[in-house]
Design a protein around this ligand. Structure first.
Ligand code: NMX
Ligand code: MLT
Length: 433
């Protein structure tokens, strides 16, 4: 069986379920939109549908109902299939084999992508390079071609799946190409047929990996960052653009442009800068007391502590916990990793104290003092020799393509309409009774 066959079997069930729930529950109220919520980034406002994953404030990410800490060992091929179909495929299952076969067939990055990336100014951010690389391949969209030929609405999901598989196959190659160009690492390294998705990515980056542990880290990294329900900036942006029937290349590139922001995916780069700055200041792994002073200094300079806080979570992010476990197993003696641990021991208390101070001054509290996904991942990547920190969000992006695309396929399959909330003016609000 192929991935297309399996999704083809699921599509009628998804449609039926959506129609039934709409029929039975269409009038139920999910939440109220207060004026404060409209001003405040719609935080917590339940107003989107997402089947691929869910983020509970008190436990964090579940992928299709499986709590992340219960499925830490999935390989990214399994992660994508789980997001897409809701089923955990064994690693030797036929859909994993089909995914790998499709990656092998589709992975070659066209030479025009290299030409475009090479023509970009040297100081371009790697995220701008990745997103340009994705966008420039839009000319190959199967969805766009089928739409122009008058495809029926019923069939939208199929060329979207086709585009998704091509994008997933090429994203590691485009990312690795951007890395090697930007940091003068030499010619791009080609995809190796037969090698898994994560190890292929590690190999194309060209980081020496005699132990195979960097490839292991890449598999874990790609798995953990895959998806975080629908309301986060990148998923929301991808969804909105996709809802206009812009194809997967447009939609994913839009989503990843959102991931490039420092309050979202760029935080992993900023965490590493902050970590390195701390270590430089104190000539090695700082003590908890030194971290505390440095954290207060950062906050008093009007900056955020990167990697801490979250719009939804109110506990330690299980993805951070997963990375801590990996670090404990593979690089427990690395001073950088030890500093991540000490920051974890120190910063939540600092944020709690600072939040109380803010409240005394009449500013709002900090809602969450705990680490998010970005607080620990960078130190592990750095440990294995990928030290160009501006590249870290690109690694996050390659993984996040899985979530963005599986959400897009589901929405195409069930015919989710164009997104169009209503805006109001200050004058309108002022007149409210
Ligand atoms: N350090 C300092 N201040 C913080 C932090 C932090 N880590 N987290 C929140 N605050 C402040 C926030 O800036 C806001 O201040 P102000 O009212 O002066 O604008 C106040 O606390 C209230 O914000 P919250 O309601 O706690 O958080 P919100 O939902 O608005 O924002 C983040 C969530 C993630 C944007 C915020 O916690 C943050 O900026 N964290 C640091 C950046 C980061 O790690 N981002 C990565 C998120 C995960 N990801 O991968 O995308
Ligand atoms: C994510 O992984 O997308 C982030 O944790 C941000 C979010 O969920 O809002």
């Amino acid at each position: 069986m192929t991935i297309e066959d399996r999704v083809g079997e699921l599509v009628p069930k998804w449609r039926e379920e959506r129609a039934r729930i709409l029929e039975e529950k269409g009038d139920h109220i999910l939440g109220e939109c207060t004026v404060a919520a409209a001003f405040g980034g719609m935080r917590g406002l339940k107003s989107m549908i997402c089947e691929t994953s869910e983020v509970d404030a008190n436990v964090g990410l579940s992928i299709r109902g499986h709590f992340l800490l219960d499925i830490l060992d999935l390989w990214p091929e399994q992660t994508f299939l789980l997001l897409l179909t809701g089923e955990i495929e064994p690693l030797d299952g036929e859909l994993v084999a089909d995914f790998r076969r499709q990656m092998d067939v589709r992975a070659r990055v066209p030479s025009y992508v290299f030409d475009v990336l090479r023509a970009m100014p040297k100081d371009s951010h790697p995220m701008a390079m990745l997103n340009t690389g994705i966008l420039v391949m839009e000319r190959e969209s199967a969805f766009r071609a089928a739409y122009a030929e008058g495809m029926s609405k019923e069939d939208y999901w199929l060329p979207t799946l086709e585009d998704s598989l091509t994008l997933l196959a090429r994203a590691p190659g485009v990312a690795a190409m951007a890395y090697r160009l930007k940091y003068d690492k030499g010619e791009p390294i080609a995809w190796t047929p037969g090698l898994d998705w994560g190890a292929n990515f590690a190999k194309m980056l060209g980081i020496p990996d005699p132990s195979g542990d960097f490839a292991k880290l890449m598999r874990v990294f790609l798995h953990f960052h895959c998806d975080h329900e629908a309301g986060n900036v990148s998923a929301n942006a991808c969804h909105t653009v996709g809802s206009a029937l812009s194809d997967a290349y447009y939609a994913v590139s839009a989503g990843l442009n959102g991931l490039a922001g420092p309050l979202h995916g760029l935080a992993n780069q900023n965490v590493l800068s902050w970590l390195l700055e701390t270590m430089e200041r104190f000539g090695g792994a700082p003590t908890n007391e030194q971290i505390r002073d440095f954290a207060f200094e950062t906050l008093r300079a009007g900056q955020v502590i990167p990697g801490y806080g979250h719009p939804v979570l109110r506990v330690t992010d299980p993805r951070f916990t997963g990375f801590l476990r990996f670090g404990q197993q593979h690089c427990a003696d690395d001073p950088l990793f030890q500093t991540v641990n000490r920051i974890y021991e120190t910063v939540p208390k600092v944020l709690e104290e600072y939040s109380a101070e803010r409240e005394r001054e009449g500013r709002g509290p900090i809602a969450n003092f705990w680490p998010n996904v970005d607080a620990g991942s960078g130190a592990l990547i750095y440990h294995y020799g990928l030290t160009e920190i501006a590249f870290y969000t690109v690694l996050f992006s390659v993984s996040r393509c899985m979530g963005l695309l599986s959400q897009l396929i589901w929405n195409r399959a069930v015919g989710t309409p164009i997104t169009r909330p209503k805006s109001v003016s200050l004058k309108f609000l002022d007149k409210l009774a």
